[in-house]
Every structure is written in C-alpha cells, then in structure tokens.
Design a protein around this ligand. Structure first.
Ligand code: 17E
Ligand code: FE2
Length: 423
C-alpha cells in the first residue's frame, strides 16, 4: 500500500487548456509545491478532494485596484456626476482624515472578498498625494500581514498629479524609499500638457533609480488629444525596463481617430508595455460629456490583444467615490470586457478569461511562479464550470481556493429547488 505522501490530492480535475474530451487528471500538492499532475495517481494524501470534472485554473489576478479607497462609497458624499473628476474631489475630502486602522481594515476586508472569489495576486495603487502617507503605510503593513495567503503589490500613485502641488513629487519619491513596489503617474490630470509629458519622464527616471515597476494611469479621459501613451511608448523604447511597464486605463485610445491610432499601435508593438482595461468602471465613468452617440470610453482591448500586446483586466474599484458597485469578482470584469469590447468570438471570450489570469500574471511580472504545472508553487482554484466560456457566461462559483499549498476557502454554489407539482 502506498503511504500518504502528499498533503492535498485533487482528484478528477479538468485543466483549463485541456480539450473537453481529454482524460481528467489528479493534482498532488506538498509543501507549497505542485508535485504531480497525471490521471489516477496511486498515492494518497492527508486531504483528498474529488473535483468531479470541474475546472482547475491558476488563481485570478487582480491587476488593478485601489485598496486605499475601497469601501468608502458615499463618504462624505455620493458621486452625483459620475465623473472621474468629481471622484477625485470626493476622495480628496475623504483622505484628509485617514487613519492606519481605517485603511488597513478596509484593505483587508477587500482582500478577503477577493481571495474568497479566487484572487490570490493583487496589484493595488495607493494615493501618495496625501501629506501623512497614511494610506501608503497602511498598505505596506497589509502587504506584510497577508503575505502567507495573498501576494500584494503596492504601486505609489500620485492621484493629485506629480506637479499638482509643490509637495507631491517628494512624496512620490518617499513612497519608493519606504518600499512601494512600483511608481505611477496621472499625466492627463497634470495642469498642462507639458507637465503631463514631464511627469511621464519623471516616472521612468524614478523607476530606473529605485529599480521598480511602472504603472501609469494614462489618458483616462475621452479627450482625443490626450496623448501621453505615445510618451510612455517613447520612454519604454529608450529604457531597458521591458515588461516592467504598464499603461492603465488608456481610455482615450478609444476616442483617437484611426489614422493616429494605427500609427500609435505600430509604435506600441515595438515595446513590451502591458495594458490594463477596467471595463466595469470606465463604461460608467467615461462618456459623461457625450449625448448621443455615446462613447464606450474603454481602450482598444481587442485590437491591442490582436496585435500581440499583453492586456489584462481589473475591477479598479470596490464601492468607492468612482464606482459605487463592485464585487471583486474577476469574472464580472471579464464578462463586461466581452460585452463592451465586443469580444464575442470563442477565442475572444477565452482571451478575456486569460486577461484575468495568465495575462494579469504577466502584467504583475510574476514570471515563473504562476501556473498549474509540476514544480510551481501550489496556488490554484477550482471553478464550478466546464471551461473558460462557461465560467464567464455563468460567473461560475469558485469552489475551492488553494493558496501556498493550503486550502484557504471553500464555497458551495447556490442550489435551486422547485416546489409543487412537476412542471
Ligand atoms: N483614481 C483615478 O485617477 N482613476 C480611477 N479610475 C480611480 C481612481 C478609481
Ligand atoms: Fe485606477
């Protein structure tokens, strides 16, 4: 009799890239490592779970969220216009009285909401244009506190602009000194176009100086003249930061005329810039100055993906001044991308799933530590679905979440019961 040699054995798993007809496999886990993947493993384990043909996927990756402002919707008031700019003003009021306890409690509650739905890798922006850097300190402490079950990246984000107030530039640099994983910018919100250009250059300088990642909120407006992505492309071509560079939102790309957009796309193909779209919030935040026709205000996801660029999707907000809804469910973001970006072909729907898993992992530079493969860290999820399309269509329940070799969360899917006569 083989002895119990693994800590967890998942029986009868359907792997994400297997054809539907492929034989189901067992997955063996020991000491935070995937040790074996094969049909009908003969060994036993301390804990055996019969997955019964459900889908096993690498965990979801939330590549873009603001944990510092999460769960503050309505504080101190509701965003009536629904615009980015009113959101920034409301947050400016709210952030004046942040405390460490407030930031940490909301961030951890949000991370738990994410993990319970299969998200084990999160990139959060944190506003560093608030003089006490309380939000930054809170998220750095949270990054440490959750590290045994959640990988959190913290990106220093100058919400009010690097040059919007005299102290902001120094605060951004201090955030990197204190240990932020990356540096961001908001060129479309700098006071002038020139300062916007300068801010992008400054972000690249700081990333080089401190050896950090870059993730810029870039062109998050409907203004077809907001053209800071081309500045990022130029800086990326001339730097050696490679796939460490990300452009978030880039909603103006959806408003550029094709003559410019096609030229820009060719420049972008010379870079390894990652793109992040946040379709749930940008479909509500943008297009607010339009009557009809009303723009969708989402970047050219299908075209960027079609040109071989790395695109991932984020939720951006969970109940904050910019977006009062949000559930942290990555399948909602993927489903919204299918709709807003018209990615309804089967390969396109599958790509939208990849944008909340493997493409997100690439954006976060997780490199070799991500994926359901022998030898990799034991992070995976089991979905109540038969394939990626089914998972998105039904926003399938994540049944089991295995994080760093341990079963972290288990959820029963809703069950419907009919009453009365047979219908
Ligand atoms: N700040 C910003 O500039 N843009 C956003 N979409 C959010 C915060 C959520
Ligand atoms: Fe954002």
């Amino acid at each position: 009799m083989p002895s119990s040699s693994f800590s967890i054995l998942l029986r009868r798993c359907r792997l994400i890239n297997q054809p539907g007809s492929a034989e189901l496999v067992d997955i063996a886990i020991q000491d935070n490592q995937i040790r074996a993947i094969a049909p009908q493993l003969r060994q036993t384990a301390d804990q055996e779970i019969d997955v019964d043909g459900q889908l096993v996927s690498p965990p979801f990756v939330e590549s873009h969220i603001h944990l510092d402002s999460a769960l503050t919707a309505g504080q101190p008031r509701w965003n009536q216009s629904g615009t980015l700019f009113e959101g920034i003003e409301i947050w400016r009021e709210r952030k004046q009285d942040l405390t460490l306890e407030d930031v940490k409690a909301r961030a951890i509650a949000t991370l738990k909401l994410q993990a319970s739905q299969g998200v084990l890798f999160v990139r959060s922006h944190v506003d560093v244009s608030e003089p006490g850097l309380t939000a930054l300190q809170g998220l750095l402490e949270v990054r440490q506190a959750v590290k045994d079950w959640m990988t959190l990246q913290v990106m220093a984000f100058p919400q009010d602009g690097i040059y919007g107030a005299p102290k902001n530039e120094a605060l951004l640099e201090e955030a990197l000194e204190r240990g932020a994983d990356g540096v961001g910018g908001i060129p479309h919100y700098e006071l002038t176009r020139e300062e916007g250009v300068r801010s992008v250059h400054r972000v690249f300088e700081l990333a080089a100086k401190y050896n950090r990642l870059i993730d810029v909120h870039c062109d998050e407006v409907d203004d077809d003249q907001s053209r800071f992505l081309e500045v990022m492309a130029a800086c990326a071509i001339r730097s050696d930061l490679g796939s460490g560079v990300t452009a978030s939102h880039t909603t103006a790309f959806g408003s550029y005329d094709n003559a410019y957009a096609f030229k820009l796309m060719a420049f972008l193909e010379r870079t390894q810039i990652n793109f992040i779209a946040n379709p749930l919030i940008n479909i509500t935040l943008q297009g607010r100055t339009d009557t009809y026709p009303k723009r969708r205000g989402v970047t050219r996801v299908k075209e960027l993906w079609g040109h071989g660029l790395n695109v991932s999707l984020g939720n951006d907000c969970i109940q904050d001044p910019w977006y009062s809804l949000g559930t942290a469910n990555m399948l909602e973001a993927a489903a919204m991308a299918v709709h807003v970006c018209q990615m309804t072909g089967m390969d396109e729907i599958n790509a939208c799933y990849d944008m909340v898993t493997i493409h997100g992992a690439k954006t976060l530079n997780l490199q070799d530590d991500y994926g359901v493969e022998v030898g990799k860290p034991a992070n995976l999820i089991v979905l109540d679905a038969s394939d990626r399309y089914d998972a998105i269509r039904r926003r399938a329940t994540v049944r089991y979440v295995i994080s760093q070799g341990q079963l972290l969360v288990q959820t029963e899917p809703p069950k419907t019961q009919w009453h009365g006569d047979e219908r």
